[in-house]
Design a protein around this ligand. Structure first.
Ligand code: SF4
Ligand code: SF4
Length: 370
């Protein structure tokens, strides 16, 4: 399965890949999955998800309080160190407070050519919010056109939408195949496919993912009934070791509620209507994260339904330290799972994971009680 190797390579060495890509494409960074990538891609610009390097750096310390999540801290450090100099700019959808603050600090302390705040509504329940959402995306399109002296045609938007629909559909197919038979693919490879899809050129990612989904349809692996089925929930997981340690403890990650997982690929964009309306509709209706509101039950119901549909026996909440939106959401989500008698555990992590032995013991203890 050659596809996985291509994703793994760009996840392991994004800078090497992006420095080469830079010679023929403009690149815009983003660090939230509410970024309307389809519009950036239609502009002929490469959208790049920033995950933050795991290398220690204190460059962000003079701008951010110590109680900001490591994701934002690491992304800012990378920008200030010059490591992201291949970027032509960055895009910040208004979601959690930390990303909103990062946006201001980035604008004032970096000198990339392009910058845009996409001020999306928080409450996604009214017709006016829907109209506003669409208007914000049209404004963003106009900013890109002005910033890069280009015209983004409807044809280009439709082509971009098709590419993203292929990526999201293939990722979902791969997840579903893996959920039915986890032995066909290690969880860390699944993680590499999603993260790599946000780094690789999207047309190439779409073709590789379609090929991988086809390969997996005919791949067989003996089912092991003694292995447990777990799900991850939280903001993002850019730590492949989490998957391999869970596997070593006797369980497989068969689904997730993460922005490096199902929240990224669930929901495609309509291909028939006005392209900006259609893109807005997808982001308006996507599975929300705790930085958005659609109803007081939406997140809990989605988590429980995903767990039941995939026969999940336990849920592991991966919480980045100082991630307020997910920390506030945790008790409410835990209550939903407890009500359904779905065992769950909370693991707080930083940019660096705890020592391997310690983490393995925690997973083994949890898996043993499932
Ligand atoms: S959890 Fe919400 S705010 Fe954080 S990256 Fe995902 S969509 Fe953005
Ligand atoms: S949602 Fe949480 S992890 Fe993501 S940027 Fe915001 S505070 Fe950080």
């Amino acid at each position: 399965m050659e596809g996985i190797g291509a994703f793994q390579r760009v996840v392991d060495d994004p800078d090497g890949y992006l420095k080469t890509l830079k010679t023929r494409k403009n690149i815009l960074g983003y660090c939230c999955s509410y970024t309307p990538e389809e519009i950036i891609h239609a502009a002929g610009i490469h959208p790049l998800r920033l995950f933050g390097s795991k290398e220690e750096s204190n460059l962000a310390d003079k701008h951010l309080q110590s109680y900001c999540c490591s994701l934002v801290r690491n992304v800012l450090s990378e920008a200030l160190s010059g490591r992201l100099n291949y970027l032509d700019g960055a895009v910040f959808p208004h979601t959690c407070d930390t990303i909103q603050r990062l946006s201001d600090i980035w604008r004032l302390n970096t000198s990339f050519k392009f910058f845009s705040d996409i001020v999306l509504p928080v409450k996604l329940t009214t017709d006016s919010a829907r109209e506003y959402f669409e208007a914000v995306l049209r404004k963003f399109k106009a900013e890109l056109e002005k910033g890069f002296s280009i015209t983004i045609t409807d044809e280009a938007l439709h082509a971009s939408i098709r590419t993203y629909n292929t990526i999201r559909t293939a990722l979902k197919d791969i997840y579903e195949l893996h959920a039915k038979n986890p032995g066909i693919l290690p969880g860390s490879a699944l993680n590499a496919c999603v993260m790599g899809s946000m780094i690789l050129e999207r047309q190439e990612a779409a073709e590789l993912l379609e090929g991988l989904a086809d390969d997996l349809k005919i791949k067989t692996a003996a089912a092991d009934p003694s292995r447990k089925r777990v799900m991850l929930a939280g903001s993002v997981c850019s730590q492949p070791d989490v998957y391999s340690l869970i596997e070593r403890s006797g369980a497989d990650v068969v689904w997730d509620d993460l922005c490096t997982g199902s929240r990224y690929f669930e929901g495609t964009v309509g291909e028939e209507s006005d392209p900006i309306t259609a893109v807005a509709e997808r982001y308006y209706n996507r599975i929300i994260c705790p930085a958005k509101h659609s109803s007081v039950t939406a997140r809990g119901n989605n988590l429980v339904k995903s767990a039941i549909d995939r026969k999940v026996q336990g849920v592991i909440f991966l919480m980045l330290k100082f991630c307020d939106p997910h920390a506030f959401d945790y008790p409410y989500l835990k209550e939903y799972l407890d009500r359904e008698n779905i065992p769950n555990m909370l693991l707080e992590i930083e940019g660096q994971l705890p020592p391997e032995g310690q983490l393995l013991t925690r997973f083994e203890t949890f898996v043993e009680m499932l």
